[in-house]
Design a protein around this ligand. Structure first.
Ligand code: TXA
Ligand code: MG
Length: 399
């Protein structure tokens, strides 16, 4: 299959203004999010949405990472996602919507029924939706019969996200169907944050990629489950736990930890628990620290990394095949090494998150067989960064 890559500019898409959501007593179904209005490059997006309606796959940018979209209402379209990615069939997908009405219609027991006040969406999510949608937040709702079971992999819940990226929103709204969309990478590989990453994994396996430039947040959306007695974060992401805790009903939200619920982990309904994830082909070693508040701790960390580096060289690993993902200090390299990628300062976790997958892919493309990663504190977006790195790493060294 030949893969076409078309460029669409964000600036070409405009929206009608949204009604202010500041009044929290406003019933949710009346919340009106801004809608896609004017699309200069509508021909390309129209073509892409026609591909969706023909049951073909379209890779598209979102504010988190690139997604590989298919019509979520069509089993045969969704099955193509699993084969293109080589994704295990028991790993459920997130559906992407472009309006709350789209979700209300899916959750409605009958298409003719209007949503009851306040809505079919569980009330626990209303303040989250008002605060974070459209954006990098995925919620679990009871799976409706309207969604084929291949999307949910037979789970009783459905993961839903309303992305903020103009191209994602315009594509969904043109197609007028929800899109099932995992990250647009070969299963197990780092998620793509640039169209070229999608092509490097999926060229020849899908028909169309929309190139909308670099993704803003760089890590996948935060996945939350509010259907449990105490809400949990199943996957930390762009919306941080600290931000969630400021929202009514989410003050006590906890982050799911490996081992909390072994039955659930066997089901792969806990993102990233069952399968290998985020890994380049290179061997990844993660250096984690508890505190890097001063020069001394930074120095200790550097020494520890240097020791490991030297032992790899002593074992006969080619110096040119050892890469470094760096967060500590841009200007201090380990002697003789050239293969490095500066993620940004550990003091700026948002910037590091944005670069993370790009850095892993870049070092690999430049020939790294080993990637030694300087860590980050587990705060704000640092939680998402560490969550991905711990899964990518075959070894974690605590300094
Ligand atoms: O930011 C994102 O979420 C990106 C963009 C494209 O939207 N999508 C994404 O999808 O990361 P994916 O498939 O790569 O990761 C979704 C994760 C998977 O680990 C899956 O197991 C989990 O969400 N998931 C999906 N449905 C679920 C459900 N019903 N219950 C629990 N976890 C679910
Ligand atoms: Mg993924």
């Amino acid at each position: 299959m030949k893969t076409n890559c078309v460029t669409v500019s964000n600036d070409s898409i405009s929206f009608t203004p949204k009604i202010s959501l500041s009044d929290s007593t406003y019933p949710l179904h009346l919340f009106s999010f801004d809608t896609v209005e004017n699309v200069d490059e509508s021909e390309r997006l129209k073509f892409a949405s026609m591909e969706i309606l023909k049951d073909n796959l379209v890779a598209f940018p979102t504010e988190s990472v690139y997604g590989l979209g298919a019509n979520a209402l069509s089993s045969s379209a969704v099955s193509k996602i699993y084969s293109a990615k080589g994704r295990p069939s028991d790993n459920p997908l997130i559906i992407h919507i472009s309006s709350l009405q789209m979700l209300e219609t899916l959750l409605s027991p009958s298409p003719s029924l209007r949503p009851p006040p306040p809505s079919y969406i569980p009330t626990i999510y209303h303040p989250l939706i008002a605060r974070f949608w459209p954006g990098p937040l995925t919620i679990l709702v009871p799976a409706p019969v309207t969604i084929p079971s291949i999307v949910t992999a037979g789970q009783p819940t459905l993961a839903v996200r309303f992305p903020s990226h103009p191209i994602a929103r315009a594509l969904i709204s043109h197609a007028n169907v929800p899109l099932a969309a995992p990250s647009a990478n070969i299963s197990g590989r780092p998620s793509p944050t640039l169209a070229k990453h999608v092509l490097s994994d999926l060229d020849g396996r899908i028909g169309l990629v929309i190139d909308g430039g670099e993704c803003e947040s760089g890590v996948e959306s935060t996945v939350v489950d509010g259907l449990r007695e105490v809400p949990v974060v199943l996957r930390p992401g762009g919306v941080t736990v600290e931000m969630l805790r400021l929202v009514k009903g989410w003050e006590d939200v906890r982050v799911y930890k490996k081992g909390d619920d072994l039955n659930l982990e066997e089901n792969p309904t806990t993102p990233g628990m069952k399968y290998r994830h985020y890994s380049p082909d290179a061997v990844v070693w993660l250096f984690e620290f508890k505190d890097v508040s001063d020069e001394i701790t930074v120095g200790l960390m550097r020494n520890r990394i240097k020791e490991e580096f030297e032992s790899l060289v002593a074992e006969g690993v080619n110096l040119k095949e050892i890469g470094f993902l760096r967060t500590l200090n841009k200007f201090v390299s380990i002697d003789g090494t050239t293969l490095e990628y500066y993620l940004g300062s550990y003091l700026q976790p948002g910037a590091v998150a944005k670069e993370l997958f790009k850095g892993l892919r870049d070092l690999e493309a430049r020939g790294a067989k080993y990637i030694l990663v300087e860590g980050i504190l587990e705060q704000a977006e640092g939680a998402a960064v560490l969550n991905r790195l711990r899964k990518a790493a075959s070894r974690t060294i605590h300094v």
